[in-house]
Design a binder for this molecule. Structure first.
Ligand code: ATP
Ligand code: MG
Ligand code: MG
Length: 372
């Protein structure tokens, strides 16, 4: 069977590997971490850096197609791999845009899609003019932020300047704080032939800056649901994107939609597709990278996904008692095989399927409370 390569071996790579193997492929994972969660399911695990020339050459030699699950993979490595004639999706260029909030927001705006008002901040001088369009706001590092890390909420110019120095004067973006009615995300898949599909939008709730719960169908109107899906597809087209792309939206008063950010890979808010759609976002990634026709994305049943963070584990790292979850009907547990349960670390998730989103949410909340 053909070998597929993936850069990154976290939980997203692990679920990708399961999907790829289910479809009869073999999988090579490149991840420097010897304990990478995806290694358990990989036929080959190359435990080398993402820019290691020998590792990249091995991928070229052995893989039919290559993808990524790691947002901060070296875009240069992806461009080099593509230059060797192996199909690489998404492209290094798309990954590079998604890695830099300034490039990302500029691209989105230039594609005619709405973002929150933002100001690129390279140096303290950029904070000297009139900032009233962006305050109160959030100063975000342009690169390497996730789960709300590298972000400071600022009300005044003085606070913005202090935050820039707290963030060690990294390139940043100052973004206006938007009055959020809700947050949704859309996972879109585009093939090399230009076929585009999208999964139903997930309504996302965060806790402590980390995704906590995704609710599908999102409790928003049909019009805004369609608009979010079409904006996500428009963005994929504008990027000439190949692969799975996650697009996060803010919903504002009056059903206004703005794009917050994108991730050039499957996304935590798409984990509901493992149990509630016929094709999962990971299978869709396999199909797209292999030039296969995308699978059906219809929701089979309302679903709520709940993240399981290390905080749910005991102080000594003891696993929670899963009985309450495993004995509940229509509930499915997914664990990532991580051994160290640090606070805030994503250890797994569970999906609850029910006759309505509200019923699924109620059951999910009860299980969450019982797990502690
Ligand atoms: P992720 O883990 O999704 O990659 P991240 O660290 O890249 O997160 P963002 O998605 O930019 O961070 O922001 C995290 C959360 O902070 C958002 O989901 C939203 O709840 C809130 N937030 C971010 N920017 C704004 C804004 N401009 N106005 C209001 N809330 C915001
Ligand atoms: Mg992000
Ligand atoms: Mg985000």
């Amino acid at each position: 069977p053909a070998m597929l390569g993936i850069l990154g071996g976290g939980q997203l790579g692990r679920m990708f590997a399961v999907a790829a193997k289910t479809m009869g492929y073999r999988v090579t994972v490149l991840d420097p971490d010897a304990k990478a969660p995806a290694a358990d399911f990989a036929d080959v695990h190359i435990a080398r850096p993402y820019n290691d020339p020998d590792a990249l050459a091995e991928l070229v030699r052995t893989c039919k197609a290559i993808t990524t699950e790691f947002e901060n993979v070296n875009a240069e490595s992806m461009r080099w791999l593509a230059g060797q004639g192996v199909p690489v999706s998404p492209s290094g260029d798309c990954v590079a845009i998604a890695q830099d909030r300034v490039a990302e927001k500029t691209f989105i705006r230039n594609a005619g899609l709405a973002t929150a008002p933002f100001l690129p901040v390279q140096t303290a001088a950029d904070l000297e003019g009139d900032l009233s369009d962006y305050l109160p706001g959030i100063l975000k590092t342009a690169r390497l932020g996730y789960d709300g890390k590298g972000q400071v909420r600022v009300k005044t110019v003085e606070e913005a300047r202090a935050a820039l120095s707290d963030l060690k004067h990294q390139p940043c973006v100052l973004e206006k704080m938007m009055p959020l009615v809700a947050e949704v995300s859309v996972i879109v898949t585009r093939t090399r032939a230009g076929e585009v599909t999208s999964f139903p939008p997930a309504e996302n709730e965060h806790a402590g800056g980390i995704l906590d719960v995704s609710i599908v169908p999102a409790r928003i109107g049909a019009g805004i649901t369609e608009r979010a899906r079409s904006m996500a597809m428009q963005l994929a087209e504008a990027l000439d994107y190949v692969g799975v792309l996650a697009v996060e939206f803010f919903i504002l008063d009056g059903d206004e939609l703005v794009i917050n950010e994108m991730a050039p890979r499957p996304h935590n808010s798409g984990h509901y597709t493992l149990d509630a759609t016929l094709t999962s976002q990971f299978e869709q990634q396999v199909r797209a990278m292999c030039g296969l026709y995308p699978g059906k994305t219809d929701l089979l049943k309302p679903v709520v996904m709940v993240n399981l963070l290390g905080d749910t584990w005991g102080a000594n790292g003891a696993e929670p008692n899963w009985d309450v979850l495993l004995t509940a009907p229509n509930t499915k547990l997914h664990l990532y095989g991580k051994t160290e349960a640090r606070s805030g670390r994503k250890m797994g998730h569970f999906n609850v399927l029910a006759d309505s989103a509200d019923a699924a949410l109620e059951q999910a909340q009860a299980i969450k409370d019982m797990l502690g």
